[in-house]
Design a protein around this ligand. Structure first.
Ligand code: ATP
Length: 377
């Protein structure tokens, strides 16, 4: 432990009490040792002092975690109250977050928690041409969302992605954590031909009505929502639209005992706010749809369990290397997630894997309730 404290203190020092901060983080199990193809690094499993969860430290130095984004649920007043300068409106792509970074000579994709994601790293060469960018900018990190119908982590996908997955750069950050202002990122994205999230342009806080129109458009198109980014690099805001709340509930209501109830409640609340503000013509139908998707999922869950099956989510993904398939599933084994591989075959140069995640708690709850079990509420 002494050794590790010293190594950590050399890699990153806080303003005060550096060894003590690291010592306490280590004793609380907040720092984990990891390895990827010979690259050893330390991963923060929980925030430590001012460092975000998912921050990693290796011989090259630090790679900070991606910062959290505050949410607004009233778009117009959220803009008026929180933004004082012009800001860019970007699509909030519904997928999972990775930081693509060069680590001791290797380009890898780090998950939000700071693991090397075996799936994304395996597929990086298909997703973007990263070499020229990292050759010129080894100190930068590409913050990206990966989404699509063949994502191994999401059952929902943006409607315009018809197959496989795609990657979208939404921020460029220095390894030390400074996020570049949007204009600088747009230039780099252009220069290196990187795939990017869609930008809807820049607006002034007085133009909140125009942003509301964009939100209505996103809602009609089935997109998740938007992230508002001040031109001067100030604090971001995120806002999601009604269709995305209903889609989230449709996708997850069946997992009722594996997801905290707060997840659903938050979405119902956001939906209620967004329906009042966006006021779509079919606003009553949407409210009915919410009830419909919820109750249908719970009815379907009962039918499934009665027919002897488990409550599951299905995934179909493509890998390039067999070794990464193994790494991917071994990560699941360390997490409290039950996974069953259903099929694995080679086609078009890929290993195509179909697997399911099994939700034991939801299955057990439905099964015992159907048999008449009691519970205290
Ligand atoms: P947070 O940690 O910020 O509270 P979360 O992990 O619950 O959020 P979300 O609520 O989905 O995630 O919102 C933030 C995430 O949205 C970002 O971490 C990023 O992965 C994703 N995202 C998608 N598109 C963008 C974009 N254009 N700009 C910034 N983030 C985006």
């Amino acid at each position: 432990m002494e050794d590790l404290v010293e190594r950590l203190s050399q890699l990153y020092s806080f303003k005060k009490d550096t060894p003590l901060v690291w010592q306490s983080a280590l004793s609380k199990g907040k720092v984990r040792e990891e390895e990827w193809e010979g690259v050893r690094f330390l991963r923060l499993d929980k925030p430590v002092h001012s460092l975000e969860r998912g921050t990693i430290l290796c011989e090259d130095g630090i790679v900070r975690g991606y910062p959290r984004i505050r949410r607004i649920i009233n778009l117009t007043n959220g803009i008026r109250r929180n933004l004082t300068t012009a800001f860019h409106v970007e699509e909030k792509v519904d997928g999972y977050n990775v930081r693509v970074v060069r680590l001791c000579g290797r380009v890898v994709a780090l998950s939000r928690g700071g693991y090397v994601c075996p799936f994304t790293t395996d597929r990086l060469e298909d997703l973007l041409d990263y070499e020229p960018f990292f050759r010129d900018n080894p100190h930068l990190v590409l913050c990206c969302e990966v989404a699509g119908p063949e994502s191994p982590y999401n059952t929902e996908s943006p409607p315009y992605i018809k197959e496989d997955v795609r990657l979208f750069v939404f921020d460029i950050m220095e390894k030390g954590g400074r996020v570049l202002p949007p204009a600088e990122r747009y230039q780099l994205v252009e220069k290196y031909g990187l795939p990017s999230v869609r930008s809807y342009g820049s607006f002034l806080p007085e133009e909140a009505d125009r942003v509301l129109q964009i939100a209505r458009e996103m809602d009609r198109e089935g997109l998740e929502g938007m992230v508002l980014k001040p031109v001067d690099g100030g604090r971001y805001l995120k806002y999601t639209v009604p269709s995305s709340h209903i889609n989230d509930i449709r996708a997850t209501a069946i997992l009722l005992r594996d997801i905290p109830c707060g997840f659903y409640l938050k979405r119902i609340l956001m939906l209620g706010f967004a329906l009042r503000e966006l006021n779509p013509a079919d606003h009553t139908e949407r409210a009915h749809l919410l009830g419909e998707v919820f109750t249908r999922a719970i009815r379907d869950a009962q039918e499934l369990v009665l027919s002897g099956r488990d409550i599951t989510e299905q995934f179909s993904v493509r890998f390039r290397k067999k070794q990464n398939v193994e790494r991917f599933f071994s990560l699941f084994r360390t997490a409290p997630v039950d996974v069953r591989i259903k099929d694995q075959h080679h086609s078009d140069g890929y290993i195509r894997v179909t697997f399911e995640r099994i939700y034991r708690r939801s299955t057990a709850f439905i099964r015992s309730s159907l048999k008449g079990a009691t519970f205290v509420d």
